[in-house]
Design a binder for this molecule. Structure first.
Ligand code: PMP
Ligand code: GLN
Length: 404
């Protein structure tokens, strides 16, 4: 007889909108849309992963590490060479100086860093605030921890997506235990302004909330420099800063992430993390260390290359009749086909996959029901794809738009 199966998994799946009508977990929207692309042969501008390799030095370093026998469990907090490289990276790019011995933790991607942090700090009933739309993992992990997921919605204005610092401050209550700050933001490419970050820090201090960043797109900022939250006065002592090598070095499958925070916060997260994966990715850790130490020019090239593709995709979507909400950072462009008479993104995405040969993701997948209704027409397209792949996708979209 099957045992009674109720448990936290239901909260996690429900939080991420994954519990189907049959009570079983559905695929994440990213897995679902990648499967749709595979089954229809459509070009996958859905799930955010690059279709080219990153810097050759990084790949070679991983091959070399395997050949050198770096194939057993690394230390629990991460290999010293990587923790040193993370410290040097934080100093070089952001003027921050975490101690590699006590203030840095290597994790299985940004995802584990986030999960371990929230599971360590959020008690049942605690509020955890995120911006909405939000990356699906946040809702899932908050659910697993038994927390209450509160959100502050972005506004969509003629200038693009903006966060109102006043409403942000109002959303932080005495029950707010943690605030997840995704900057640059997935799916919109919004970059937090200094004003919004300062309002956040002041309100977090009042509520004594922990700040948890997700900065996986920190090196992919096109229009404005990245401002790490931990550099805002008053933030560092209550901030867990999270990033990963996947996006910057096009190694999303390696899952090498990290966090930096004051030592007591790192200790709390280690206490959970060591019972999740314990460790991961031994040969990839020194390889990401090589990546973090590459010259500035390499980081500039990675950013400029992606920026060209943002512009290519944006121009083509616009030619095809979409209103394009140009992202100032990151892997994705949000566009609106309302001008083509199309207002239901979920159905447009099905048509695009089956009839046009292009897969995108409805932005409603990142929203609670109210905002999902208001933004029900918006679609997220990934620009982190080869130029010829984007060109083909754009031609398909333009041909389809001319016909419809
Ligand atoms: N945070 C955001 C905002 C993301 O878009 C992603 C995935 N692409 C992740 C975290 C996951 O990062 P990782 O693969 O390092 O776990
Ligand atoms: N972060 C990726 C995206 O937003 C997806 C990662 C995943 O599939 N979980 O597309």
């Amino acid at each position: 007889m099957t045992p009674q199966l109720d448990g936290p998994w239901q909260r996690a799946s429900a939080g991420a909108g994954l519990l189907g009508a049959d009570g079983r977990p559905a695929d994440t929207i990213f897995a679902e849309m990648s499967a749709l692309a595979a089954s229809t042969g459509a070009i996958n501008l859905g799930q955010g992963f690059p279709d080219t390799d990153g810097p050759a030095e990084v790949l070679e370093a991983a091959r070399q590490a395997i050949a050198d026998g770096v194939n057993q469990y690394p230390p629990g907090r991460g290999m010293p060479v990587l923790r040193e490289a993370i410290a040097a990276h934080q100093a070089r790019f952001w003027g921050l100086h975490p101690d590699p011995a006590t203030e840095i933790l290597v994790t299985a991607g940004a995802t584990e860093a986030l999960a371990a942090t929230l599971l360590a700090l959020v008690k049942p009933g605690d509020e955890v605030l995120t911006v909405e739309p939000f990356y699906d993992a946040y809702a899932a992990v908050i659910g697993l921890a038994g927390g209450v997921h509160t959100t502050v919605e972005l506004d969509l204005t003629p200038e693009g997506f903006v966060l109102d610092p006043g409403r942000l401050a109002d959303a932080i209550t005495p029950r707010t235990r943690a605030i997840v700050v995704n900057n640059p933001h997935n799916p919109t490419g919004y970059q937090w302004t200094r004003e919004a970050l300062e309002a956040l820090v002041a309100a977090a201090e009042r509520a004594d909330a922990v700040l948890v960043t997700d900065e996986v797109y920190e090196h992919l900022c096109f229009d404005a420099p990245h401002i790490p939250l931990a550099t805002i006065p008053g933030a560092a002592e209550r901030t867990v800063s999270i990033s990963s090598g996947g996006k910057t070095f096009s190694t999303t499958g390696w899952k090498i992430g990290w966090l930096t925070a004051p030592a007591p916060l790192v200790d709390a997260v280690v206490a959970v993390k060591q019972w999740l994966t314990f460790v991961n990715g031994a040969p990839f850790q020194p390889a990401i260390a090589v990546g973090l130490g590459l010259p500035d020019a390499v980081f500039d090239r990675i950013r400029d290359d992606l920026m060209m593709r943002r512009d290519q995709l944006g121009a083509a979507l616009s030619d095809a009749g979409f209103v394009v909400h140009r992202p100032s950072a990151g892997y994705f462009t949000v566009a609106d086909p309302a001008g083509l008479g199309l207002t239901d993104a979920a159905s447009v995405c099905r048509t695009l996959a089956h009839e046009v040969g292009v897969v995108g993701i409805p932005v409603s997948a990142f929203c609670k029901p109210r905002l999902a209704r208001e933004w029900g027409g918006l679609i997220r397209f990934a620009q982190c794809k080869r130029e010829d792949v984007l060109t083909e996708a754009c031609e398909r979209l333009e041909r389809w738009a001319r016909k419809s």
